[in-house]
Design a protein around this ligand. Structure first.
Ligand code: MN
Ligand code: MN
Length: 309
């Protein structure tokens, strides 16, 4: 089963302007082969399909628990895309085009038109080319070492593409999200490397980072390293998965620590999280409607009734 927390893993800055080209590029990190939908579904299916779960509990717990974190990563990438598609809009916006109904006439080239036609200027489960995410991206072989090796590859492929998207935008909403995910992806790659080391003795963690660019070079990642995020795995369950600590422990290797030494820590709770931005309505997209006063009124009545007023 899954519980849900109504927060983002961390709060994001608002995009200073609508930036639909950056939104399109960031879609790769949501619905692409190496996107967050892929990490989530790979680890989720591997955990569903895990054999000898009780005998191999630490490895099962590691994969299942990281899967849960990936759910929050989908959410934060979607939030960044939504911010990029909307900019600093905060209140219900009247149709800017007036009588002509041509609010979208000035859109730049290089966007994904589905962001404006199929969704109300919000994220979609597609890659940067607009191709839908597919279950073909899921690898769940049932061989534990092969699955862990695949996951190590997947995290590093994801990191490569994230760094490229970072280089394609200077937008602070995109870069803050990327800085956070550089660090968390680094943790996951290290976690799968450590798991493989326990099983094979091969020092996988010495291969990190791939590509060989320190996270500390990115100022948006450094913020989270200063908080020790690169040393922490979080428990995404009120009672389960504490066995992860038997893999995620010990001294942080120097090359990985990048000047922020310490021990790997398994934190007994999810991260504190940050506020979700309020996505305002837009008349020209009919979201939540062209003139939403009536549905606001109905919602308000329901809310008052639920509170016994
Ligand atoms: Mn992720
Ligand atoms: Mn990951």
């Amino acid at each position: 089963m899954f519980l849900r927390i109504d927060k983002l893993p961390v709060e994001l800055p608002m995009s200073p302007e609508a930036d639909p080209v950056a939104a399109r590029n960031v879609q790769e990190l949501l619905g692409g082969r190496f996107g967050e939908m892929s990490t989530l579904m790979n680890y989720t299916f591997q955990s569903f399909n895990f054999r000898s779960r009780e005998k191999l509990r630490p490895y099962y717990a590691l994969i299942a628990n990281i899967a849960a974190e990936e759910g929050g990563h989908i959410e934060i990438v979607a939030a960044a895309i939504n911010s990029l598609l909307n900019g600093p809009r905060t209140g219900f916006e009247e149709d800017a085009s007036g009588e002509g109904f041509n609010a979208f006439a000035g859109l730049p080239g290089g966007i994904n038109p589905h962001h404006f036609i199929a969704s109300g200027q919000t994220s979609l489960p597609v890659n940067a080319n607009g191709a839908p995410w597919t279950g073909d991206y899921v690898f769940s072989s049932g061989n534990l070492i092969l699955d862990l090796l695949h996951n190590f590859f997947l995290e590093n492929g994801a990191r490569t593409q994230k760094i490229r998207v970072y280089e394609m935008t200077t937008n602070p909403a995109a870069r803050a999200m990327l800085g956070y995910l550089f660090v968390r992806g680094g943790v996951h790659a290290m976690a799968y490397a450590k798991a493989l080391e326990t099983l094979t003795g091969v020092e996988m963690s010495k291969m990190l980072p791939i590509p060989n660019i320190p996270n500390a070079k990115f100022k948006e990642a450094r913020v989270f390293m200063d908080q020790g995020s690169h040393r922490k795995l979080y428990r995404f369950s009120p009672e389960d998965f504490s066995e992860v600590a038997s893999i995620w422990n010990g001294a942080v290797p120097e090359a990985y620590a990048e000047g922020s030494q310490g021990e790997f820590e398994f934190i007994d709770a999810p991260p504190e999280g940050g506020k979700l931005a309020n996505l305002a309505g837009i008349a020209s997209s009919f979201t939540p409607d062209y003139a939403p006063e009536e549905i606001f009124e109905i919602a308000n009545k329901l809310y008052s009734k639920a509170q016994g007023k």
